[in-house]
Design a protein around this ligand. Structure first.
Ligand SMILES: Cc1cc2nc3c(=O)[nH]c(=O)nc-3n(C[C@H](O)[C@H](O)[C@H](O)COP(=O)(O)OP(=O)(O)OC[C@H]3O[C@@H](n4cnc5c(N)ncnc54)[C@H](O)[C@@H]3O)c2cc1C
Length: 564
């Protein structure tokens, strides 16, 4: 049985940053990923990473923008840590080899991003995630003596010992189908988000909420799940992302009258208001009949106002995406976009060192909720979150390991998960296909749990998801083999997605106000007296989601009316 001081599940930016920090703090580390690490969703991050490094900027301004962006639901102690440590982290990245864009004077260049009062986003063209992920992967190789990498291993569940401490995890080698128990003093979840609960989404196929659901099943509280971000500019046909960097470089949003409608909604920040505000404005234009395209369900993003040379230099990936996936040359004509699911603000509740309430279990990155994003995440704050809290988790877990003996992880746990997988493979072919259930889940969430919500729609979504949960328990798979059986893993993933969707729906029903990404048509105002608090969901003894509340930490910024 493999045994390590720190086991990290997920090798995106949060996982790799945690692994590097843990190794540098002297721990033995295992890092596991269900896909090759550099295919983690982090590789798709385009626009950049925020840090107050400009001479006229200050981390407190970054922190205030983040607090305001969160609609005052973010915990200010955590936001202060993230923003004050950001410049150091960005410099560290540069020193280990990330080639951030520089201006003509040779200084680090910064681009404008939504909800930010200054230009604060460092970038590598529009492939920032890829640039950072590859550098971290290289850096980790230097620690090959203490870091074991388990590429294409799929974690199926977490293990708690008799004292309730997290003692490791169970995982399946996708290549061979072998199941093993991984023993560890600490486990860091870095599994990313659950965007695949929605269809369409900007997220990769692997973003299925495995870590959130596994932590939930192990008894951890899951926080802020009602807060689901819709990005204002995704391709109408397939949900592909057009980075906010486009608006950062100056692109306009136009309705069917050819008008920059953002002047009605956010006269000061226009297209660069925060994402919840812009997505809502677009959806309102569409709902009121001022959308574009054959079905009136789109909005035009006009990038032709940005000089062509600059577009080709700083936004070359979206030039390719526009051409290949929408048949549009964005340097010459507007492209049709609409709001689409993009990011999960909620996740496994942690403190500022990544610790969950379960001893030995940590979480960092999109799977976690510290909470630095509260009701709405600012663009380019997620890469920062993954790195800052990935590093802090890795360091903390490594230090913790120095004082502890290896906890007991019964090897029998492997056979329980193996039996569950066999049960799925053996199911008769009279239920529904996993892919059908997934499609219906995505469409349901996108219809009823989207930019605008109300009690009737949310309850309807709850009923549909309840039925899908029953159907998923009997859904069949075609592949009965052991080698690269992605089919059976897909059945496990749909179960995780349904758990996440259920948590999102119960939290959205419970929050009877509008704040950040949650806009309730039946409760259109923000109510600080009653709702300035986090909703936590835990799993009850009979497997149902149970709600409790925790306070929002306020250090220096009292809630105020939010205008852009
Ligand atoms: C298209 C796109 C563009 C974006 N652009 C930006 C941007 O410019 N700036 C910004 O700040 N943010 C951006 N974001 C958001 C940001 O990229 C993500 O929130 C962040 O990269 C998540 O990183 P992570 O390390 O938490 O998870 P991920 O990168 O999603 O990695 C998750 C890891 O967990 C592993 N995993 C999951 N489940 C299991 C399991 N059961 N067993 C084993 N391994 C498992 C996966 O294999 C993977 O290695 C963007 C997101 C998208 C989708």
């Amino acid at each position: 049985m493999p045994a390590h001081d720190v086991l990290i599940i997920g090798a995106g930016l949060a996982g790799q940053r945690a692994a590097l920090a843990a190794a540098e703090t002297g721990a033995s580390v295992a890092i596991m990923s269900k896909v090759h690490p550099v295919r983690s969703h982090s590789v798709a991050a385009a626009g950049g990473i925020n840090a107050a490094i400009a001479i006229d900027d200050d981390w407190t301004e970054h922190a205030y923008d983040t607090v305001k962006g969160s609609d005052f639901l973010g915990d200010q102690d955590a936001i202060e840590i993230m923003c004050s440590e950001a410049p150091g982290e960005a410099m560290h990245l540069e020193h280990i080899g990330v080639t951030f864009h520089r201006n003509d004077k040779g200084e680090l260049d910064l681009r404008a991003f939504g909800g930010a009062s200054k230009k604060r986003t460092a970038y590598v063209a529009d492939i920032t995630g890829q640039a950072i992920l590859h550098v971290l992967y290289e850096q980790l190789m230097r620690h090959h003596e203490t870091v074991d990498s388990f590429e294409e291993w799929f974690c199926t569940s977490l293990i708690r010992d008799d004292d309730g401490h997290c003692a490791g995890a169970v995982a399946r080698d996708i290549r061979s189908g072998t199941i093993e128990v991984f023993n560890a003093k600490s486990v860091i979840l870095a599994n990313g988000g659950n965007g695949q609960c929605y269809k369409p989404t900007t997220n990769a196929l692997i973003c299925t909420g495995d870590g959130i659901a596994q932590a939930y099943r192990a008894g951890a509280p899951i926080m802020d799940m009602e807060m689901v971000q819709y990005h204002p500019t995704t391709l109408a046909e397939n949900g592909f992302l057009i980075t906010e960097g486009a608006r950062g470089e100056g692109a306009h949003l136009l309705n069917s009258e050819g008008r920059r409608f953002m002047e009605d909604y956010a006269p000061n920040k226009m297209e660069l208001a925060s994402r919840d505000v812009v997505s809502r404005a677009e959806q309102t234009e569409i709902n009121e009949g001022r959308g574009v395209g054959p079905d009136g369900q789109g909005i035009y993003l006009d990038i032709t106002v940005v000089p062509r040379k600059r577009v080709l230099e700083a936004l070359r990936e979206i030039v390719n995406i526009g051409r290949d996936f929408a048949g549009t040359d964005i340097t010459r004509e507007p492209i049709m976009i609409r709001p689409g699911q993009h990011y999960i603000m909620g996740g496994v509740r942690t403190d500022v060192d990544g610790q969950t309430p379960i001893p030995g279990l940590y979480a960092a990155g999109e799977v976690a909720c510290v909470s630095v994003h509260g009701g709405n995440r600012l663009g380019a704050n997620s890469l920062l979150d993954t790195l800052i809290f990935g590093r802090r988790s890795g360091e903390h877990a490594a230090r913790r390991g120095k004082e502890l003996a290896m906890p007991k992880a019964p090897a029998t746990r492997a056979s329980e998960d193996a039996a569950q997988i066999k049960q799925i493979i053996d199911r008769p072919h009279d239920g529904r296909r996993v892919s059908e259930i997934k499609d219906e889940l995505g469409a349901t969430m996108n219809e009823f749990v989207a930019v605008y919500r109300d009690e009737d729609g949310l309850k309807k979504a709850g009923e549909i998801v309840g039925r899908l949960k029953e159907q998923a328990a009997e859904a069949y798979v075609d592949d009965r083999g052991t080698v690269f059986n992605q089919d059976v893993l897909g059945a496990l993933e749909v179960g995780y997605m349904i758990d996440c969707a259920e948590m999102t729906i119960v939290s959205a029903i419970d929050r009877k106000e509008s704040r950040g990404a949650q806009f309730r048509l039946d409760y259109p105002d923000r109510h600080d007296e009653e709702w300035l608090k986090h909703i936590n969901v835990t799993r009850s003894a009979d497997g149902e989601p149970e709600i409790s509340y925790s306070p929002v930490t306020i250090t220096q910024w009292e809630p105020e009316v939010r205008k852009y």
